[in-house]
Design a protein around this ligand. Sequence first.
Ligand code: HEM
Length: 410
Amino acid sequence: MNEQVQSVASDPLFNPLAPDFIRNPYPHYDRLRTIDPIHVTPFGQFVASRHAEVSLVMRDKRFGKDFVERTTRRYGPDIMKEPVFRSMGHWMLQADPPDHTRLRGLVVKAFTARRVEDMRPRIQEIVDQTIDAVIDRGQMDLIEDFAFRLPVTIICEMLGIPEDHREVFYKSSRDGGRLLDPVPMTPEEIAKGNAATTMAQMYFQQLFELRRRNPGDDLITQLVQAEEDGNKLTNEELTANIILLFGAGHETTVNLIGNGLLALHRNPDQLALLKARPDLMVGAIEEFLRYDSSVQMTGRVALEEIDDLGGKTIPKGETVLCLLGSANHDPAVYPDHPERLDITRPNVRPLSFGGGIHFCLGAQLARIEAEVAIATLLRRLPDLRIDDVENPEWRPTFVLRGLKCLPASW
Ligand code: HEM
């Protein structure tokens, strides 16, 4: 056991919303992997922390999402009447086949590697405009002024959200992250989630109406046409999956860029190396994903009894939480100091985008956005310094790991 592991030895093994866990979950993961790799939480969930089990659970067909059953078990039978949970119940992210296959099939073409590569010049243009807007100021918040603008603009353009509607999205509170955390939401949080969902539903219904009358070359037009086609998807599914794409499209990539920039500035040798060797960028992005993933966890429900997962039996209907961030630091797969940032590390295949049938639809888009954003920042603002690399302020969510702000100057 290493020093970091010993220093937290008296804390509960898995307390993901504790400030110390949010600040740095990795020593906690080391303990879990070493002491209790399939740990059972006070809520009765099983927590998988090693690469082998995390990877298996995401890919094995004996596991699924079973969203309605799982949510009802946790919150009681009335929970699916709450608008926020009703909407989530239609997300492809929470669906099992055949619904999952049908919903994903309707949008997958917009996210192929080729389609995304074609967006590279536009991504470059947005990043350049973002830097142009702040370059004379000599300082900015790397999250709000830089990392956030690119993914929001891109997903708005893909969905066909008109330019004059977007300002509200740039300023939105980004409270939605709690929906995914493994600790149940409070009634106040559910009420907030309901309000945000209802507002989003109202907005998108109007936009659907606009696109029915005025079709464009965008995903909303495509899905509205699929809805009109007959039995491809219902209006509720359409709305819910647009909300999912909108959220998934920016809550995650902003943090890949933010966490990556923080990691680089905490490791000046790696920063200097990347500045000197921009050709290392593609591998560096994989290492940022591995080193401090913007999505730390996903989960699956056992659809039948699993008699041996890391030595434990998982009864039918029980949830296994998959700690992606922990799997990414498992010395069994990354034997050479997994706790170090090394942009030249060989064979980096992070689980940050999940695995199996739910493998992230936007993985390639996120990679290219981060690549262009970070490369351009290093090139155009080579003397940029982060004000406080030691104690940045983290957002209080666990599944979506990212910074509240990251002030920097040049
Ligand atoms: C760094 C950025 C991103 C990370 C780390 C990330 C991570 C993930 C993960 C871990 C999953 C799988 C969850 C599971 O297995 O239960 C997932 C699914 C998904 N992601 Fe991402 N994501 C990112 C960016 C994006 C972007 C840019 C988009 C869209 C524009 C997107 C859209 C989706 C969708 C729609 C799903 C559900 C796919 C399905 O259920 O079949 N993601 N993402």
